[in-house]
Structures are given as structure tokens and as C-alpha cells.
Design a protein around this ligand. Structure first.
Ligand SMILES: Cc1cc2nc3c(=O)[nH]c(=O)nc-3n(C[C@H](O)[C@H](O)[C@H](O)COP(=O)(O)OP(=O)(O)OC[C@H]3O[C@@H](n4cnc5c(N)ncnc54)[C@H](O)[C@@H]3O)c2cc1C
Length: 420
């Protein structure tokens, strides 16, 4: 390879791609628009509190990824047994709802869920995510948890979504004899936040230029323009930026490809991180809120997952509000609504003192598997492949995936260009 391999983005996928290229003797050059590594897996310190982009916990299905993270962190990760709940009506029950609804005092809901389970008609294939929910869980569980929760989180018509992709992340009665769901325990660094993994990987990933935004790509000349003025030629390009943005940066992309990229659907999330001057606000790691009168779909307590994330005598938490991708949100109004909702939900008290507040907006948070997903993504990936561009990671690969997958995506992308 004569020209350098360029990587767009120093999140876990980009860092992993760079790390694996470097290990194979290739010196990559990574451009990252932020001034820090990690992308959505970064952590921030404010007034003594360590905050992530909401709960970022490691769940390992792959031994290589697990070894990589343990190696990067010198083995300093704790395994934590999940304590998650669902707030259904005014009651808090254990998560997953479908396995624990009998804890509810509201017997009408319990009977409806039991009846739905008896009457449900599971099938091999479903036309939509909504059909899948109704077929797998029955009407009672659907109406009392799965539908309102998923509508709130995805901000998308569930009948216009495919069920693939979310299946593996949704606890299912038949797949789960222990009734604990897919993530009964998780790993978290025993010092610092989730961002420790990216911080450890960055120095092993070759040259990274921070504060460097790739703003246009000449796919024929194989060059990128950075910060509007500097042009770099590449031998191969690995991009981890959102797929929609990548295509929008290639002026010569065919109209059909541009149209497909512009049609991709996604959900945005506004996260409010708070440090509160009161300890023991909850004993949970996170709570799901299907109730549409509350703005957030999930609230989590960082300091319950790792005490070192908050000063003594305090609690740190996050609340997540979803909004449709491509729209804008009044963040100040959203933060005010969240705080008011936290009081209404009985989590905060009006007299609570907020010691730290860190709002974080995530414009690309969840990729939506809409009914055109497969058609649009295959058209885009075929085009990128023809131009020698590898687009990978959670948003580059346009998939619902986790930190572990981002690390593996980066490794695979490095192998792809080494094999070519
Ligand atoms: C709300 C939420 C909760 C999550 N919780 C978990 C969890 O508990 N466990 C888990 O494993 N995963 C979780 N995830 C998923 C996890 O965040 C992702 O899988 C992972 O961070 C994806 O890494 P990535 O490198 O693919 O993308 P990113 O982290 O988005 O990295 C992409 C990088 O590219 C940079 N970039 C973009 N455009 C440009 C450009 N034009 N020029 C230069 N740089 C650019 C960005 O600044 C960024 O640093 C969660 C995600 C969300 C949204």
C-alpha cells in the first residue's frame, strides 16, 4: 500500500481499526472531530462526578473482545450483577417485565398479561416489530410494557419497523430459563468511567489528529478534506462516522445512493447527567419507564454501578429522552422537564441539591430498522465497496450494536483492507 490508510473517527471502532492495522505493520492516520478519543464510549468529569453517555456497560459475548478490553485495562474491571426494574403504573417491579409482571399488585394487569401469554400465536416470521411483540409476548405484556416502552424509546411507528436487530436484545421467555434477560451481569472499569477503554487504546492506535473533522471525500481521487482546507490522499479509507453523513460528504455519489442514505431512519437521545447531594436515592442500576406522562424512557444510577463515579454522600444518575432523528430538541426545556419528571416519579425530592449537571445530546443514538432498511443499506454498502471505502462501527455499519461489536468491527475493517 503506497498511500496511507485513513480512518474517520476515534471511537472504539476507529481506534480498534487503527490498533489492528498498526499491529500488522501499517501506520494509519486517524482524524477525530472531537478533542478526545472514545466517541460515545468516552467519559467526562464534572465537579468530582464521572459521567458517561448514559449507562455504558460491557457485555461480552466474544472472547477476543473480552481479552482485549481486560488487557487494555490491566484486568481492572468489576463484574456487576444487574439490578434493573420497570416502573409500571406506580409500581416498581423487577426487569424483565415479561418474566416478573406477577409482582404487580394491579391484578387486572397481571390477568391481562397471563391471558395474552396463553393466547399469543408465535410465528417463524413477522412483518413488523409490532407484530413480533404481539406474537411473542401477547396483548397484555404488549400493551402494558413492550409497546409503550418501545414507542417511547424508538420514537417511530413500530408497525413500520422490522423486528430484526432488536430481537437479541429483548429478553424472551422461551430463550431465558433463568428469567434474567440477556444482560444479567455486566462489566465496568474499577477506576474511571467507560471511557477508560478508549483512553487506553488511543496511545496504541498510531497517529490521531484530534479536532480534525473530515468534511468532504473525493471518492475518485481517493482524498479527504479535513477542517475545510487540508486535503489528504488515502490508499484505503475506513469510516466510522454515521453512514448518512458519510454519503452526504461524497459529492460524486450516485443520486440513488444519496437518496437511500437520506432515507435512513434513526433515533436521537438527549441525556441529562446529574450529581445529587444525597446518597442512596435508589438501589437500582437502571429503571425503565413505559409511562408516557414521564419524559424519560430510562433512568440509571451510575453511582450504584461503581461507587468511585461519585463523591461520598452523593448519587449520580442519568435520564434518557428520545426524539426522532433529524429533528431538533429544545435542550433547556427538555432538561427542565426531566428534572420535574424525576420529582414526579419519586426519584428526586424538590429540596435536592444538584451538584453537577452535564447534558449530552446524541443525535445518532439508535439506528432504526425501518421497512426499507435492507434495500437502502445494501445499495449504499455496494457503492462504498466499489469505491474501496469501508464504513463500519455502530453508525458506520448502521446497526444496533454495542461497544464489544465496535471493537470487533474495527478489527474486521482492518483485516478487510489488509486482505485487499
Ligand atoms: C444511549 C446509549 C447507550 C449505550 N449503552 C451501551 C452499553 O451499555 N453497552 C455497550 O456496549 N454499548 C452501549 N451503547 C453503544 C455504544 O455507544 C456504541 O456501540 C459504540 O460507542 C460505537 O462506537 P463507534 O466507534 O462505532 O461509534 P462512535 O462512538 O460514534 O465513534 C465515531 C467517532 O467518529 C467521530 N466522527 C464522526 N464524524 C466525523 C468526521 N466527519 N470527522 C472526524 N471524526 C468524525 C465521532 O466524533 C466519534 O468519535 C450505547 C449507545 C447509546 C446511544
Amino acid at each position: 500500500m503506497t498511500k496511507r490508510a485513513i480512518i474517520a473517527g476515534a471511537g472504539l471502532a476507529g481506534l480498534s481499526a487503527a490498533f489492528h492495522l498498526k499491529k500488522s505493520g501499517i501506520e494509519p492516520l486517524t482524524f477525530e472531530q472531537n478533542n478526545f478519543p472514545g466517541g460515545l464510549s468516552a467519559s467526562f468529569i464534572k465537579n468530582g462526578f464521572v459521567f458517561d453517555f448514559t449507562g455504558h456497560y460491557f457485555h461480552f459475548k466474544n472472547a477476543y473482545a473480552k481479552d482485549l478490553v481486560f488487557g487494555l485495562l490491566g484486568g481492572k474491571l468489576n463484574e456487576i450483577k444487574r439490578r434493573a426494574s420497570v416502573r409500571a403504573g406506580n409500581e416498581i417491579i423487577d426487569y424483565p417485565f415479561q418474566d416478573n409482571f406477577s409482582q404487580l399488585k394491579d391484578r387486572t394487569v397481571v390477568s391481562a398479561c397471563e391471558k395474552g401469554l396463553k393466547e399469543r400465536k408465535p410465528r417463524e416470521n413477522y412483518g413488523s416489530f409490532k407484530e413480533w411483540i404481539l406474537g411473542e409476548y401477547g396483548k397484555g405484556i404488549a400493551e402494558n410494557f413492550m409497546l409503550p416502552y418501545n414507542e417511547k424509546m424508538w420514537q417511530f411507528d413500530l408497525d413500520a419497523m422490522l423486528y430484526l436487530g432488536t430481537t437479541a436484545y429483548t429478553p424472551s421467555q422461551k430463550n431465558d430459563p433463568k428469567k434474567k434477560g440477556y444482560n444479567a451481569s455486566f462489566y465496568y472499569p474499577s477506576a474511571g468511567g467507560a471511557g477508560e477503554a478508549a483512553k487506553a487504546l488511543a496511545p496504541l492506535a498510531g497517529e490521531i489528529r484530534f479536532g480534525s473533522r473530515i468534511c468532504s471525500i473525493n471518492a475518485s481521487a481517493r482524498s479527504v478534506t479535513v477542517n475545510d482546507n487540508i486535503v489528504f490522499e488515502y490508499g484505503r479509507l475506513i469510516s466510522t462516522m454515521p453512514l448518512t453523513e458519510l454519503i452526504a460528504m461524497i459529492p460524486s455519489a450516485p443520486g440513488a445512493v444519496k437518496q437511500a442514505a437520506a432515507s435512513l431512519k434513526y433515533t436521537s437521545v438527549f441525556a441529562l447527567n446529574l450529581g445529587i447531594k444525597r446518597e442512596g436515592i435508589s438501589d437500582k442500576h437502571w429503571i425503565y419507564f413505559p409511562d408516557k406522562t414521564l419524559p424519560f424512557y430510562r433512568v440509571g444510577f451510575y453511582s450504584n454501578a461503581a461507587k468511585h463515579l461519585a463523591p461520598a454522600g452523593t448519587t449520580s444518575l442519568y435520564a434518557e429522552v428520545a426524539y426522532p432523528g433529524g429533528t431538533t430538541l429544545d435542550r433547556e426545556a427538555a432538561a427542565a422537564k426531566i428534572k420535574e419528571g424525576l420529582i414526579r416519579a419519586g426519584i428526586l425530592e424538590p429540596k435536592d441539591v444538584i451538584l453537577a449537571e452535564l447534558p449530552l445530546d446524541i443525535p445518532f443514538a439508535y439506528v432504526v430498522y425501518d421497512l426499507e432498511y435492507k434495500k437502502n443499506t445494501s445499495l449504499i454498502f455496494d457503492y462504498l465497496c466499489s469505491k474501496g471505502i469501508v464504513s463500519t462501527g455502530r453508525y458506520g455499519g448502521w446497526a444496533y450494536s454495542a461497544m464489544e461489536d465496535a471493537l470487533l468491527d474495527g478489527k474486521n475493517a482492518a483485516e478487510d483492507i489488509l486482505d485487499a
